[in-house]
Design a protein around this ligand. Structure first.
Ligand code: C2O
Ligand code: CU
Length: 475
């Protein structure tokens, strides 16, 4: 396998971009819109007792709510977020999908020292691109608790071809209900990657869109905006309203298949950035992925269902525009089994498509693992032992995502949005993409944001078992 010859040393891996460097200052100035303001927010990560349909569950959350508060900024504004850590562990915040300055990326031990219990850290950066994003910790198994929230970036220039919007954040839930995330991780390590039927573990579940197993953990609950299907949230609107769904999969180990009963979805954005609108009955969101979809609402009460793909269970919301019985917790609208959005259906909107260009540099990213030792690797190495992928500022970089394992992996790159390559029309811009078992394809990106950027599987348990590396360059 051809790893580049000018591979960075470990010293490079731990060298963040200096906040005061002229490169960072120039990049921040380019991102900022003239006259843009500063949006100030405070976030407190702390223990919380969460009510799940009457059951009191101890967990961790931002600002005492699950999901945390939805943050909203305009593209080109500065987000100034003051984090206070009231957890018993160090933490960080990663702003998933945002092409931000490297030193605000929340990668512990790489772009910042983790924020100690009782400590504070101020994240301050310009948010360049409109779209649906989210944030979460980047330490240990914290994401599999209640620490996650949506970050919406409005486009001051967007016409807004919709009347109302709904933010839908999906999660798989075990904390305080089933085994703890730490217990799950210990079991996975003990059993290796093999499917088996232990406590909370999957014994079944093949998924066609995922090309195999839906995952290794059968969660006791699946939540939509922090609520289980027995106590679903209701989205109220008038009939005929054009509703924009902003869908976020914040789960640690579960892909969801989502559909709205009685409606087709017009998908307009993938991972925040626009695509040529395309309709489908249902779509699958891997962990970390986002889609925006438009629906024109009928008159009645409709189930918005997120099925745990290849697992047992689902999350639910009710979209109500009129009379009608409330859908049951196990509602299964026909659309779930209808036409499924395929990655090949998606094409970047010309405004965000990368200009055609031959790659200056190609890196193979081989995903493997799931064998008896429980490790998951990139290019045969776990993260503690990784060789960063070197690139240079200004290069067009191609990543060949090659899945040599028997599970799907939602591969996520920090600080950039790549474009999925296809032989015909340009594919979508994304920052997280599902790679099915024994499949491979290429994604291209512009190396225009120097720093040390994590590239990893967004299955939290795979990431923790080593499936992470670094894209590395200095400005
Ligand atoms: Cu949403 Cu490195 O993660
Ligand atoms: Cu994975």
């Amino acid at each position: 396998m051809a790893l580049a010859t000018d591979a960075c040393t470990d010293g490079d891996r731990l060298r963040p971009v200096r906040p005061s460097s002229p490169t960072v200052a120039a990049a921040e100035a380019r991102r900022r819109r003239p006259g843009a303001g500063v949006r100030r927010v405070t976030l407190v990560a702390a223990p919380l007792t969460l009510d799940l349909a009457g059951r009191q569950v101890a967990t961790w959350a931002y600002n005492h709510t699950v999901p945390g508060p939805t943050l909203r900024v305009r593209a080109g504004e500065v987000l100034h977020a003051e984090l206070t850590n009231r957890l018993a562990q160090p933490t960080t915040i990663h702003w998933h999908g945002i092409a931000l300055r490297n030193d605000m990326d929340g990668a512990p031990g790489m772009t910042q020292a983790p924020v100690q219990p009782g400590g504070q850290f101020t994240y301050q950066f310009t948010v360049p691109d409109p779209g649906t994003y989210w944030f979460h910790p980047h330490v240990g198994l914290q994401l599999d608790r209640g620490l996650y929230a949506a970050l919406l970036v409005d486009d001051p220039g967007e016409p807004g071809a919709y009347d109302q919007e709904a933010v839908i954040v999906l999660d798989d839930w075990t904390d305080g209900v089933g085994p703890s995330p730490e217990q799950l991780q210990a079991q996975l390590m003990a059993q290796g990657g093999m499917m088996s039927g232990g406590m909370g573990m999957m014994g079944r579940g093949a998924s066609q869109p995922l090309g195999g197993a839906g995952g290794q953990i059968d969660y006791p609950l699946y939540l939509l905006n922090g609520r289980p299907p027995t106590d679903p949230p209701t989205i109220r609107a008038r009939p005929g309203v054009r509703l924009r769904l902003r869908l976020v999969n914040a789960a640690a180990e579960t892909a969801f298949r989502l559909a709205l009963g009685g409606h087709r979805l017009t998908v307009t954005h993938s991972d925040g950035l626009p695509v040529s609108p395309v309709t489908a009955d249902a779509l699958v969101l891997g962990m970390g992925e986002r889609y925006d979809a438009l629906v024109t609402l009928g008159d009645g009460a409709y189930p918005l269902v997120a099925l745990a793909e290849g697992k047992r269970g689902q999350a639910l919301a009710v979209v109500r525009t009129g009379h009608g019985p409330t859908p049951s917790p196990d509602a299964h609208p026909a659309e779930l089994d209808g036409q499924l959005l395929d990655l090949a259906d998606l094409h970047a909107d010309p405004q965000v498509a990368l200009p055609e260009r031959r790659p200056d540099r190609t890196h193979r990213v081989v995903l493997s693992g799931g064998m008896m030792d429980g490790r998951w690797t990139i290019n045969g190495r776990t993260f503690d032992d990784t060789v960063p992928l070197p690139v240079r500022q200004g290069q067009r970089v191609r990543l060949l995502l090659i899945n040599q394992s028997m599970m799907f992996h939602p591969v996520h790159l920090h600080g950039h949005s790549f474009q999925v390559q296809s032989t015909t029309r340009p594919g979508p811009r994304k920052d997280t993409v599902i790679v099915r078992p024994v499949r491979s394809f290429a994604v291209d990106l512009e190396a225009d944001n120097p720093g040390q950027w994590m590239l990893h599987c967004h299955n939290l348990y795979h990431q923790q078992a080593g499936m992470m590396t670094t894209l590395s360059y200095v400005g």
